[in-house]
Design a protein around this ligand. Sequence first.
Ligand code: AMP
Ligand code: GLY
Length: 430
Amino acid sequence: MTSPVNTPVVLLGGGAREHALAWKLTRDGATVHVLPGNGGIPNSHPDISATDFPAIQAFCEAHDVKLLVVGPEAPLAAGVADFFAGSDIRVFGPSRAGAVLESSKVWSKEFMRRHGVATAQAWQYRSDRMSQARAKAAELGGQVVVKYDGLAAGKGVYVCSSVEEAEAALTDLQAQHTGWFSFLLEEKLIGPEISIIGITDGNRIRLLAPSQDHKQLLAGDQGPNTGGMGAYCPVPFCDDNVLAAIRRDIIDPTLQGIQHEQFSFKGFLYFGIMLTPEGPKLLEYNTRLGDPEAEVLLPALESSLLELIEATLDGTLARTTVRQRPGCYLGVVLASGGYPAAQFPTGFPITGIDQLPPGILAFHGATRRQGGQLVTSGGRVLVLVGHGQDLEEAVAQVYREAGRVQFQDVYIRPDIGQRPEPTVVFSEVR
Ligand code: AMP
Ligand code: GLY
């Protein structure tokens, strides 16, 4: 179905991912209202929270909106798709049952096991079984990953390299959470990581380009984990062979699992994958677009996202194709000094966005208006996205221009898209 021009859409969320979604849907012919949005996203409504479903419903009715697109995980986990089920407002995003693939690490690991999805070995514990977990971590020489069973805004995963680190992770986990909780100990895998994100109706999936995030704060993948400091797509070493193995070992069993368990899943599905010498292994599902992956994937997508979304909801995804623009897209995050600590100063004036050349997109992540001035309002302030014929050209373009945008204590990770090519990626599909 071709979307009529000016299709009204409500988009939930307020970061750079949502700015990229709003930008793309607008190009596709939608009139996009963003709840709550932020200081740099046109048509933002800061007074309406993305989890206030009655207020969202009232807004949709007042503006004759019949399509709701969900950016972040919180409204999905809170059941936005279930709230609107049966109404004439269609939601692009999974039901609460589908969102559990992301919101519970224990449940999603069990789902992977039930359906034969390739993943790391894991052991599940409750918080009253700490001593057993400590013994298991010691048995594995501390080469473990500790994962809290819940949404933790990227702070619930500890990657350990020694028994001491594993001990410290378990101690910290206990200090962070009161009452009962569950967690996983996972074998630690080695290899390059990629993000594969698709649009699915639970039966079929249409994949966007493979992309790569950079989660650590500092160059060389050092320092604390962040929400993501930059991304690029496509990934040169993620060739057809690698993609075929990912489809066979991870994506196809996942779709079969969703069909078998019969939960409604219409939305973005994100596979966080590690390419180990034994083949691809799934680290996690997210039930939404990645951030900052979205900021490069959506400019790279030539096809209409609005049409793909409507086809998903209409049950006609099989009739669609996904066309990508040639070349490579790279995005770097302009972060506040001090991020990702719990507290750091914000409210600094931002200058120079209007100095960027037309080839660079500036997606706002954490900005607000103060009087007539745009100021910082959080950790990941802006994402600047450029394009090149290849990765090197995209890197050169973005880093050449990024210095034009200034605010006090701005930090940019200097090596986005510059990791050395991985030496061994399994080369044959078994
Ligand atoms: P997750 O939220 O499960 O994706 O974990 C966050 C990050 O921790 C991933 O992006 C990986 O870098 C790392 N990680 C998660 N699981 C493993 C694992 N089994 N082995 C090695 N690293 C992992
Ligand atoms: N970029 C990783 C995420 O969105 O979870």
